[in-house]
Each structure stands twice: as structure tokens, then as C-alpha cells.
Design a protein around this ligand. Structure first.
Ligand SMILES: Cc1cc2nc3c(=O)[nH]c(=O)nc-3n(C[C@H](O)[C@H](O)[C@H](O)COP(=O)(O)O)c2cc1C
Length: 244
């Protein structure tokens, strides 16, 4: 994880140089970041949308001194509010709430007809009705984010995109630290320019799926996690937003 030291309102005496990653030995800068947030161990429980990250799991990880993370992307705003209440009933420690900040499309860009025909034949052999396309899920991001802004968890993390400047400013104004997911150095640069507090460098072996940002394939695709593992150099990022 790359740390944007200038995003921390009160970093204490240690300087946050943001030059090392979270794997291997934990740098002083990273430990300071964790201390600042009230997290004892450099362990972030992966946010997993779809139900795995129950309030009980999130609270258990936070109570054990790590950072519990609620994967809230598939939850309705009401469910997010209810899960955050449940987490707070189980722990007074900081926790993270995670959303997808991109990756939604309002309609299909490909013709699903040939695939439906193929699947219909298979369904037929099993005596099942022909498949139909499911309805497109609505993009609830704005309403989900409103709940998070009201609830003010210590950390808001996101994948698949970057919230717009207005959303980032509102998060900052509410004192919520932001962690964006990057799979490449270029994505890391974009997140830094957007003013995130820290960047989660997701490797090619990441379970489930990778939080790659939308964009043309001609962008430079040097993997950020490889850079973190190999590099002992200063951070490639220029965090352009001064601390609050
Ligand atoms: C089932 C599953 C669901 C996931 N859902 C999310 C998610 O909602 N948001 C997110 O940022 N990452 C999600 N991820 C990615 C993980 O948070 C994590 O970045 C990834 O698994 C890499 O960590 P690992 O190497 O420990 O698996 C998911 C991963 C899995 C396996």
C-alpha cells in the first residue's frame, strides 16, 4: 500500500515518505499510518462484495487489531446503513467500507443472442426453459456513498474506478480516509492525482477479480504490485492534494 502522507491531518513526528509497500517488512511510515487510524497490525481484511464480509467478520478483524472491511457494493443503501450499525454494535475500532466506483454500464455493448441460443440448446437437453438476459442492475453508487458519508467509517475504499472530484471532496470534508485500488502504475498515478489517502496495490494473483480501472488497453500496464516488490526507490506518485 502506498501512503499519501500529506493526506493525513495529524501524522505525528515521523515523516511519511510513502516509499515502501505493505508486503514484507512494514516501514515506519506505514506503521504510523496504521497507528494514526488506530489499527494495531498491518493486516487489511479484503472487502468482498456478495455476503462474505459479514458485520461479524468485519468487527472480529477490527477487534483483533487489523482493519475489517465491509464489501458493500451489492448492498442497498438501507442494508449498508444496517450493516454499519451492526458493526458498530460489535466493535468500537476503525473499519473500512468498500464500494465499486465504476464498472457499471446501462446496456449491453455486445449482442448476447448467439450465446443465448447456445445456452438454450443446453437448457433444452436438461428440460429447462430457454435462458433470458437478466435486468441490468441499477447503479446505486451515489445513494450508497451518501449513506457512507453520513455514517463516517474511518476508511472508505473503492475499486474499478475513481469517485468524481465532488465525491472525493465530500469524503475529505467528513474526515474519511480514502483508499483506491490500483493494478498498474498508471492507475496509481491517477488515484494519487484524485487525492486518495492511500493506494491498495492489487497483484495479478488477487482472488475473485482485479479492480482495474476502465480505459484503453494502450495505456502503460506495468503492474503496480511488481513495482512495489521490486522497488526501493521513491514513490512514483505525486500526491497533488495538500492535507486537510
Ligand atoms: C469473492 C471475492 C469478492 C471480492 N469483492 C471485492 C469487492 O467488493 N471490492 C474490492 O475492492 N475487492 C474485492 N475483492 C478483491 C479482494 O478485496 C482482494 O483485493 C483480493 O482478493 C486480493 O487479496 P488476496 O490476494 O488476499 O486474495 C474480492 C475478492 C474475492 C475473492
Amino acid at each position: 500500500m502506498k501512503i499519501n502522507s500529506r493526506k493525513l491531518p495529524n501524522p505525528g513526528k515521523k515523516q511519511f515518505d510513502g516509499t515502501r509497500n505493505m508486503s514484507g517488512s512494514m516501514p515506519i511510515a506505514g506503521r504510523g499510518f496504521l497507528r494514526h487510524l488506530g489499527i494495531q497490525h498491518p493486516i487489511i481484511q479484503a472487502p468482498m462484495a456478495g455476503g462474505a464480509t459479514t458485520p461479524e467478520l468485519v468487527a472480529a478483524v477490527s477487534n483483533a487489531g487489523g482493519l475489517g472491511s465491509l464489501g458493500a457494493a451489492y448492498l442497498t443503501p438501507d442494508q449498508i446503513a444496517s450493516d454499519i450499525r451492526a458493526i458498530r454494535a460489535l466493535t468500537g475500532k476503525p473499519f473500512n467500507v468498500n464500494l465499486f466506483a465504476g464498472g457499471y454500464t446501462p446496456e449491453s455493448r455486445v449482442d448476447a443472442g448467439p450465446m443465448l441460443e447456445l445456452l438454450a440448446e443446453i437448457h433444452h437437453t436438461h428440460g429447462l426453459p430457454a435462458p433470458t438476459l437478466p435486468a441490468w442492475a441499477p447503479n446505486l453508487f451515489d445513494q450508497q456513498l451518501d449513506i457512507i458519508l453520513q455514517a463516517r467509517p474511518a476508511i472508505f475504499s473503492f475499486a474499478f474506478g475513481i469517485p468524481d472530484a465532488d465525491a472525493m471532496a465530500r469524503l475529505k470534508a467528513r474526515g474519511i480516509a480514502t483508499v483506491g485500488t490500483a493494478t498498474t502504475v498508471e492507475e496509481g498515478r491517477r488515484l494519487a492525482a484524485a487525492g486518495v489517502t492511500a493506494i491498495a496495490a492489487q497483484g495479478s494473483k488477487a482472488g475473485g477479480h482485479r479492480g482495474t480501472l476502465p480505459g484503453p488497453l494502450k495505456l502503460p500496464w506495468f503492474p503496480l504490485s511488481n513495482w512495489c516488490e521490486l522497488s526501493r526507490q521513491p514513490s512514483p506518485f505525486r500526491f497533488s492534494h495538500p492535507a486537510a
